[in-house]
Ligand binder design. Structure first.
Ligand SMILES: Cc1cc2nc3c(=O)[nH]c(=O)nc-3n(C[C@H](O)[C@H](O)[C@H](O)COP(=O)(O)OP(=O)(O)OC[C@H]3O[C@@H](n4cnc5c(N)ncnc54)[C@H](O)[C@@H]3O)c2cc1C
Length: 386
């Protein structure tokens, strides 16, 4: 029978993560961001409790659950004001790709660290010149004896300073056809020739973005994940989890913004009654409540399809969920600022910072325009526009 509520187990997971994250909370997160601190304590605690690797198979230190579980963890952390971008990257993108396509030795080597938080992995596909058009990436992997040499440049790579390795998408020459094909390499962040430079961003978050320069970075043969010819398929395997996680990240932030706005609207009195008694204040918040619930349902559907093994169905659902969640989050943050009046733009109330944080969800990991392109083409059968 189809049901529209999550299992009791999933609901308990949410409650447990909520309890854990509320010990840290938004003030802790903001203080870390403003003082150049890190979220390592929270990261390791969710790792120790088994939440970080909840989607990874049990034999590699994970919880044996699905994307629905790790998305629930990500959403609840966000909803407590502690959104962890690296959850999208390390366990969900890298963890999925390595679990599904890594060799047995690679799984044993890298997955336990992803699960307990001691071996975080960043993910690097975006390049300054290629941007959204990832088919145009120029980072190359050249064979060098048994191993590889990587050269290229990546941009907006999250958490390189906190990661032990980066899963880098590069292009290798096909020995038979001479054509360049995408391949995935695990590159240690301390590898000679790798340089990371932080990009000054306006997001209030301890998690930073980096330019990454790869200059003759030498890698052993087993740095190549899985099969040399399966790079594209492997890459696509990480995209649905990435979008589902990004959606969960956004809906969590939207819930956080709406909770704050609602509480403030109940308390703040300027014309005899609390401002929430005015429909001009209440209706936008009610609208956000509905939009967040829509986005959550779409995210849960996408996760359920993915966890049931329907990669194709999950593709459309994950894209649409990510779109809906980013829109809901941007609107919720904007309404939360407005509800707070002047306080909405003070650091004390921390609402204005949410504008940029939620706005990032419209751009990354895939922009709203590219999702609209996808839906136009694949859902509606309209001609390709680019
Ligand atoms: C906070 C943050 C964290 C990130 N973390 C990572 C990470 O860890 N790893 C990683 O690899 N990348 C990461 N990124 C990069 C992110 O995936 C890219 O920023 C995103 O894919 C957009 O690429 P771009 O910035 O080059 O924009 P561009 O490709 O230059 O696009 C600019 C604008 O043009 C629009 N546009 C482009 N082509 C079309 C078209 N055909 N039709 C309609 N509109 C179009 C886009 O939608 C966008 O609005 C991160 C980005 C941010 C902001």
């Amino acid at each position: 029978m189809t049901t529209f509520t999550e299992t009791e187990e999933r609901q308990e997971l949410r409650a447990a993560v909520r309890r854990l994250a509320s010990k840290y909370g938004r003030d802790w997160f903001t203080e870390k961001a403003r003082s150049g601190g890190k979220t390592t304590d929270l990261w390791l605690e969710i790792g120790k409790n088994g939440y970080l690797g909840i989607n990874i198979p049990e034999q590699y230190g994970g919880g044996g659950g699905g994307i629905g579980d790790i998305a629930a963890v990500c959403e609840e952390l966000s909803a407590q004001g502690c959104p962890l971008l690296l959850m999208v990257v390390s366990p969900a993108i890298c963890g999925t790709i390595i679990s599904r396509y890594g060799t047995e030795e690679q799984k044993q080597r890298w997955l336990p660290g992803l699960c307990d938080g001691t071996g975080t992995m960043a993910f690097a596909i975006t390049e300054p010149d290629a941007g959204t058009n990832t088919h145009n990436i120029t980072t190359t992997a050249r064979r060098d004896g048994d191993g590889w040499v990587l050269n290229g440049r990546k941009i907006y790579i999250s958490g390189v300073d906190e990661a032990d390795n980066v899963l880098v998408v590069a292009r290798a020459e096909d020995a038979k056809t001479g054509k360049l094909k995408p391949c995935l390499f695990v590159v240690p962040t301390d590898a000679p020739g790798l340089e990371a430079k932080a990009i000054a961003m306006e997001i209030v978050s301890p998690e930073l973005q980096f330019q990454v320069f790869l200059d003759d970075v030498r890698l052993p043969a087993d740095a190549l994940v899985g099969d040399e010819d399966g790079g594209l398929v492997q890459l696509f395997a990480g995209l649905n989890p990435e979008r589902i996680m990004a959606a969960a990240f956004s809906t969590g932030l939207a819930r956080y913004a709406l909770d704050k706005a609602t509480a403030y609207a109940k308390e703040r009195v300027v014309f005899k009654t609390p401002i929430g008694a005015h429909q001009a204040v209440a209706h936008p918040l009610a609208q956000s409540h509905i939009e967040i619930e829509l986005a959550r349902l779409m995210t849960q559907k996408a996760a359920a399809l993915y966890d049931a093994g329907d990669d194709l169905g999950a593709g459309e659902a994950a894209n649409m969920a990510k779109y809906a969640a980013a829109e809901a989050a941007c609107d919720a943050a904007d309404r939360a600022v407005q509800t707070h009046g002047g306080n909405g733009i003070t650091q004390e109330y921390g609402m204005a910072g949410l504008l940029v944080a939620t706005r990032a969800g419209r751009i990354a990991p895939v922009s709203r325009e590219m999702i609209l392109n996808f839906v136009s083409m694949h859902s509606l059968g309209l001609p390709k526009s680019y």
